[in-house]
Design a protein around this ligand. Structure first.
Ligand code: SAH
Length: 346
């Protein structure tokens, strides 16, 4: 029986060096292979041209390189690109390239499906199948970087973990992927250009703070009133706002990094003065800013974007209280690539 081969990219550089030594070869071969795998994104051992044929065959006998494959690419009329990404076991996730005048942002997935149950989000209807490995997250970024160079003639500038899944429920792999993205041996990107977005898992926010991470944190808040938040994001019952608030204060004390609250305003759900006042109070707990995002309808009309009057009220009250607020238009709606629309539909 053929023994199952290991995914070579699950090995650290040190482990690769040790492997070569255990095979009676030189440790630095490990460095060469590591460079092929991560900096040069090699898809096969055959292409590792500075290794002898014998070494390449030996690697072939022991390992596989599990690369993602962009199965389908769709382009929106606003320039946004959505990739359907096939993983080695046939499962599919989606990632999005969002171009603006000055930036190209990659929106990447961290899980296949999602275990949370936000009522307004299409991904929540796919049950969580599994976590992505660090290399599967990394590969999505590399694929988008390539597309950015090809179609926009510039490298990728920013990354947001706002695709499918809850990044903090796949904490270790997300952090490992960011290590790789920011390391000189990977893409060498600055962590300041990376944002991890979470529905708010207090324990993990504190853990990140303890680890003194350098990337940005965004929290999908949508309401600063427990009953309202629980009605649209039922897991809030287990992670109430009080715990979230403690974790965020802890985050700021440790990292001095301002938090972004993502917020959609819906008709009849969170569009009253009382809702805005609660948000203002919540924003006072730690230095923060608010990003009001447009609602992207996912189906049956249960949720409807609030009137422009309600959104203007939010903007005005927040500003009057000295809170920075931006109102963001959605991108890529025509190809179901906008926030909350990723559901492997196409
Ligand atoms: N689980 C993470 C990341 C994925 S969601 C999180 O919750 O932050 C990325 C963002 O899209 C979140 O702010 C989420 O609340 C928002 N979102 C989800 N569904 C949406 C929809 N239909 N319209 C607009 N934004 C949506």
């Amino acid at each position: 029986m053929e023994k199952t081969k290991k995914d070579i990219r699950a090995l650290t550089k040190e482990q690769l060096r040790d492997f070569f030594v255990s095979m009676g070869d030189k440790a630095f071969r490990g460095n060469q292979v590591y460079e092929w795998l991560w900096q040069k994104s090699a898809h096969s051992f055959e292409g590792m041209t500075n290794l002898s044929k014998k070494t390449r065959e030996m690697l072939e006998g022991h390992f596989v390189i599990n690369h993602i494959k962009v199965d389908q690419m769709q382009r929106s009329n606003d320039g946004t690109i959505k990739n359907a990404v096939r993983l080695h076991d046939g499962l599919i996730v989606e990632s999005v390239l969002i171009p603006t005048e000055t930036r190209t942002t990659a929106c990447v997935s961290s899980q296949v499906g999602c275990s949370l149950d936000c009522k307004f989000c299409a991904t929540s209807r796919l049950k969580r199948m599994r976590n992505l490995n660090p290399d599967e997250i990394y590969d999505q970024v590399v694929a988008i970087d390539n597309e950015s160079r090809l179609y926009f003639e510039r490298p990728l500038s920013n990354i947001v973990f706002m695709g499918m899944g809850e990044p903090l429920m796949n904490y270790n792999n997300v952090l490992k992927s960011i290590e790789k993205i920011t390391s000189k041996e990977g893409l060498g990107m600055s962590p300041k250009r990376i944002t991890v977005s979470t529905s708010g898992v207090p324990k993990m926010i504190k853990k990140m703070a303890d680890e003194q991470v350098k990337f940005n944190l965004a929290v999908s808040l949508h309401s600063a009133i427990d009953e309202v938040r629980t009605s649209i994001m039922p897991f809030n019952e287990h992670f109430p706002l009080k715990d979230l608030r403690d974790a965020l204060q802890y985050w700021y004390a440790k990292t001095k990094n301002r938090i972004t609250y993502e917020y959609v305003v819906w008709n009849g759900i969170n569009d009253t003065q009382q809702d805005v006042d609660a948000l203002v109070r919540f924003c006072r707990f730690a230095p923060s800013k608010v990003n009001i995002i447009e609602y992207n309808p996912i189906d049956d009309g249960e949720f409807q974007q609030a009137t422009s009057k309600a959104i203007a009220m939010y903007q005005q009250v927040l500003e009057a209280n000295g809170i920075t607020v931006t109102v963001r238009r959605s991108r890529g709606k025509d190809i179901d690539a906008a926030c909350g629309q990723l559901a492997n539909k196409s």
